[in-house]
Design a protein around this ligand. Structure first.
Ligand SMILES: Nc1ncnc2c1ncn2[C@@H]1O[C@H](COP(=O)(O)OP(=O)(O)OP(=O)(O)O)[C@@H](O)[C@H]1O
Ligand SMILES: [Mg+2]
Length: 356
């Protein structure tokens, strides 16, 4: 056996989708190996990391005295370089097939409006996680491939990725991004709106776990048939400060959620009115593909369909579309080379943002 093929045997080909709310890693031949919240818990006194991923997330709202749980990627970019680096290193180590001899090559997604500074920070984080070679690929492109768009298709496809912190609208044709729009609005906005509503109108402060549960298991984008259907939520009474609970109704939750969803629908609608005629014609025929965890919101595709007047379909396992698209890149080395955004010469002079 030649050395190069031996080396391939002991190289993990890793696809990494590091998002605001979760990091998903897939390894070639083993599919998804890691799906954890993008959080770490830090001891403020010693600066030690005490927990990563799911374990850190489970501490939110119930942290010990000196512990803070942080999401180092808030907004979809590297907000906290040092912590991002450590989180990535931990997840990569956890995802490896074998011992430390196994080398790693990775394809990672980046948001389309990433700056050189942010891109450089990400490359550095990957380097410190002992990844041998890293390719950075635009998120919209990866999501499209993962959702089944062919890289050789000359007709245009539209893919809307609804993440926790961002909504990314990408128009793809022939394996390239024709145009993309990214806005800092996502699933998190719904949680915040729900928490604000319950605090102001029902006098109860609720935590992240409660709003997430309300959103994923109770909320919908259409007026519910039984508006009196209710769900008990617990938290802290604003007046007395003591533990309390209130019954929230479906009719009460609906307008809060709808207000956010309408803003996202408007963003999609505005973006789709700026297309060139041929592209518009393609999208008119094919409609729009939805990816990302936000696409799982009850009735969202139907809402967009009515608002924008185009067919909308949710991709299979929408949360995994981006990582699956990245994984496919390993099968198409030429494509990967072409779409990689590793303009190192440009990055050389960029400053690395270190923690203050
Ligand atoms: N069943 C569900 N119903 C509604 N929302 C959901 C559901 N499941 C997950 N979500 C939401 O999807 C979002 C997470 O999606 P995803 O994992 O694609 O985000 P991300 O990639 O971490 O974020 P970003 O792409 O913005 O960096 C969260 O806001 C989460 O609450
Ligand atoms: Mg994402």
């Amino acid at each position: 056996m030649r050395i190069s093929s031996l080396k391939k045997l002991v190289t993990d080909l890793m696809a990494i989708d590091m998002g605001t709310s979760s990091t998903i890693i897939a390894v070639r031949g083993r599919d998804i190996v890691l799906d954890e919240p993008s959080y770490i818990a830090v001891n403020e006194l010693t600066n030690d990391v005490v927990a990563y991923g799911q374990e850190a997330y489970d501490m939110i709202g119930r942290e010990g005295r000196d512990i803070t749980v942080v999401a180092p990627l808030s907004g979809g970019v590297v907000a906290d370089f040092e912590k991002t680096k450590r989180m990535l290193a931990f997840f990569v180590r956890k995802s490896k097939s074998g011992g430390s001899q196994v080398s790693t090559q990775a394809v990672m997604s980046i948001v389309s409006d990433v700056t050189h500074v942010e891109q450089r920070a990400l490359m550095n984080a990957a380097e410190e996680a002992h990844i041998g070679k890293v390719h950075l690929v635009e998120e919209g492109l990866a999501a499209a491939f993962g959702a089944g768009v062919s890289p050789t298709d000359k007709r245009a496809s539209a893919v809307v990725d609804l993440g926790a912190g961002t909504t990314n609208i990408a128009i793809i044709a022939k394996g390239t991004v024709i145009s993309s729009t990214s806005a800092r609005i996502g699933g998190n906005e719904i949680n915040t709106a729900l928490a604000t509503h319950i605090r102001r109108h029902r006098g109860l402060q609720v935590g992240e776990e409660t709003t997430e549960n309300l959103k994923t298991n109770f909320a919908s984008t259409y007026l519910p048939e039984d508006i009196a259907r209710s769900m008990e939520v617990r938290g802290r009474d604003v007046q007395t400060g003591s533990p309390g609970a209130v019954d929230i109704t479906a009719g009460e939750v609906y307008p809060v959620v709808e207000a956010i969803v309408r803003r996202i629908a408007q963003l999609i609608s505005d973006t789709l009115t700026e297309l060139r005629p041929e592209v518009a014609a393609d999208i008119y025929d094919r409609g729009v593909i939805l990816t990302g965890g936000g696409a799982l919101l009850n009735g969202l595709d139907q809402y967009f369909r009515n608002f924008v007047n185009l067919p909308f379909t949710v991709a299979d396992e929408p949360r995994y579309a981006t990582v699956r698209g990245l994984l496919k890149m390993f099968d198409e080395p030429d494509l990967l080379e072409r779409v990689s955004r590793n303009e190192l010469s440009l990055l050389q002079n960029a400053e690395i943002p270190f923690e203050a």
